[in-house]
Design a binder for this molecule. Structure first.
Ligand SMILES: [Zn+2]
Length: 413
C-alpha cells in the first residue's frame, strides 16, 4: 500500500524542497524574486515550482508587496494546514504520538502504555489504532498526512525498518516495525534511532545558522547521544551513530551491562540513581515504588533532585556524581568532534536539570582533558515535550522540505 492518489506532489524533488524550505523559513512571507535570490534558482523556475505548490495547497498567496524597485510582487507563505506528519516515539516506558502541521506546530498528541506489555503484533495494532485516533480526533484532512516518522531506541536497521534488540524491551527482537506499520496504516513510514530523530528536530526548529555542531544528550530510560556536524545529522554507516554510553567516567563505578565499570550510560541513568538513593538511605523503598514502572522511577528521581536542591548531603552527592560523570563524557565527545555545544533533553531530563545544570558547565571547563580553548555551551532542548516524538514527525517534514542529500525517504511497500 502507498500514499499515491492524493493531490500532494511527490516529496523529495530537489527544486521544490529548496523553494519550500526558503518559504518555511520566512513566516512573514516572501516574494518569488526573493526566493530566487536566496536559492540561486531562476525566477522562472521558482515561479513554476510556486505554481505547483499553490495548486497542491502547500503555500498560499498573501497580497502584494510594493516599495523598492520593480512592480508589486505577490507574497507567498507556507500553508500550515497543507500537510501533516505523525511522529511516534517508542520508549520502554510509553509510546508517544504527535501530529504536527507543515509549519512544525504541534496540533495534537497522545500517549499509550508501555510496549513491553504485549507481543509485537499486538503493539503494532495498538499503534495503528492510536495513530488513526490522533488523525481523526484532530479533524485534519487525512489525505494531507504526509506519513509517519518513528523514533525508536537503537540499535535499528533503517533500510528495512527493523528494531534489533532495543535495551529493556524483552519482547522486541527483530521487529520489522516500519513495514508492519506502513501496512497497517497505508501511510509512508520512516524509522530512525530516537537520538537521530532528536537531532533532526533540533535542526528543524532552530533558526537558520544558529545550531550546527552539537551533541544531543538524550536523558531517557537510558542515556543516548545524537550528533550534528556542519548542520547535518550524523547517521553513520548503520544509522546507529552516536552511542557514547560506554565511555568510562568512573573506573571504580558500578559494573555496566558491558562488563566494565563506570560507563556513563550506566552510572547516570534514572533507575541506577534511584537504586543508589535507596542504598544510601536517601529514599526509602516505600517511597520509590516499583522500579520497573518508569513513572515511579521519574517520581523518585524528582524527589531525589528536590532533596538535593534543599541541601540534603547524600542526595547532593549522588547528583554531583551525575554532573561529574556527564562532564567527563561531554569532554570526550567535545574533544573528539571539536564541537562547541551540547544540548540536553529527553523525558527524565527535567527532573534532574535544575541540580545538574548548576555545576555541569564548571565541571566541563575545569576538566584538564578539555582541549578546546573555546567555551562549551550547555543548553536545553528548545522542544518542550517529547523531543523524540516531535523529532520523529520532523523526519517526515524534513523529507518534504530538506534539500540535504542525507534526507532519505523510505516509502511504504
Ligand atoms: Zn558499559
Amino acid at each position: 500500500m502507498d500514499h499515491r492518489g492524493t493531490n500532494l506532489p511527490a516529496v523529495g524533488e530537489y527544486n521544490q524542497t529548496v523553494v519550500l524550505d526558503a518559504i518555511r523559513r520566512r513566516p512573514e512571507g516572501i516574494t518569488r524574486s526573493e526566493i530566487a535570490a536566496l536559492t540561486a534558482l531562476s525566477v522562472m523556475t521558482v515561479t513554476k515550482v510556486c505554481r505547483r505548490l499553490l495548486d497542491a495547497g502547500l503555500i498560499d498567496e498573501h497580497g502584494m508587496r510594493t516599495g523598492g524597485p520593480g512592480k508589486p510582487a505577490a507574497v507567498v507563505k507556507l500553508n500550515p494546514a497543507g500537510g501533516f506528519a505523525v511522529g511516534v516515539h517508542i520508549d520502554p516506558a510509553a509510546v508517544s504520538y504527535v501530529l504536527v502541521d507543515l509549519s512544525g506546530a504541534i496540533r495534537d498528541h497522545s500517549r499509550t502504555g508501555t510496549p513491553t506489555a504485549g507481543d509485537a503484533t499486538a503493539v503494532i495494532e495498538e499503534m495503528a489504532t492510536a495513530i488513526d485516533a490522533l488523525i481523526t480526533g484532530s479533524a485534519v484532512d487525512r489525505s494531507r498526512v504526509l506519513g509517519i516518522g518513528i523514533a525508536s531506541p537503537g540499535p535499528v536497521t533503517v533500510d528495512d525498518g527493523v528494531l534489533l534488540n532495543p535495551p529493556m524491551m524483552p519482547n522486541w527482537r527483530r521487529v520489522a516495525l516500519r513495514s508492519a506499520l506502513a501496512e497497517a496504516t497505508g501511510l509512508p513510514v520512516l524509522l530512525e534511532k530516537d537520538t537521530t530523530a532528536t537531532v533532526v528536530a533540533e535542526l528543524w526548529y532552530a533558526s537558520p545558522g544558529t545550531r550546527r555542531d552539537f551533541a544531543f544528550m538524550y536523558y531517557g530510560t537510558g542515556l543516548g547521544t545524537g550528533l550534528s556536524l556542519a548542520g547535518e545529522v550524523v547517521r553513520g554507516v548503520s544509522a546507529n551513530a552516536g552511542d557514547a554510553g560506554h565511555i568510562t567516567v568512573d573506573p571504580d563505578g558500578d559494573m555496566c551491562t558491558c562488563g566494565r565499570r563506570g560507563c556513563v550510560g550506566y552510572v547516570t541513568v534514572p533507575r541506577v540513581l534511584v537504586e543508589r538513593a535507596v542504598r544510601d538511605g536517601v529514599l526509602s523503598p516505600a517511597e520509590v515504588g516499583n522500579l520497573d514502572d518508569m513513572s515511579d522511577v521519574d517520581a523518585a528521581l524528582r524527589r531525589l533532585a528536590n532533596l538535593a536542591l534543599d541541601g540534603h548531603p547524600a542526595a547532593s552527592a549522588i547528583l554531583a556524581d551525575v554532573s561529574r560523570a556527564l562532564a567527563r563524557a561531554i569532554v570526550v565527545i567535545v574533544n573528539l568532534l571539536d564541537i562547541d555545544e551540547v544540548v540536553f533533553g529527553g523525558p527524565f531530563w527535567a527532573s534532574i536539570a535544575p541540580v545538574v545544570l548548576a555545576t555541569l558547565s564548571d565541571e566541563v571547563r575545569a576538566d584538564p582533558a578539555l582541549v578546546s580553548p573555546d567555551p562549551v555551551r550547555i543548553v536545553e532542548s528548545a522542544i518542550p515535550v517529547d523531543v523524540a516524538a516531535v523529532g520523529a514527525a520532523t523526519l517526515m517534514l524534513d523529507n518534504t522540505f530538506s534539500p540535504r542529500p542525507s534526507a532519505l525517504l523510505l516509502t511504504a511497500e
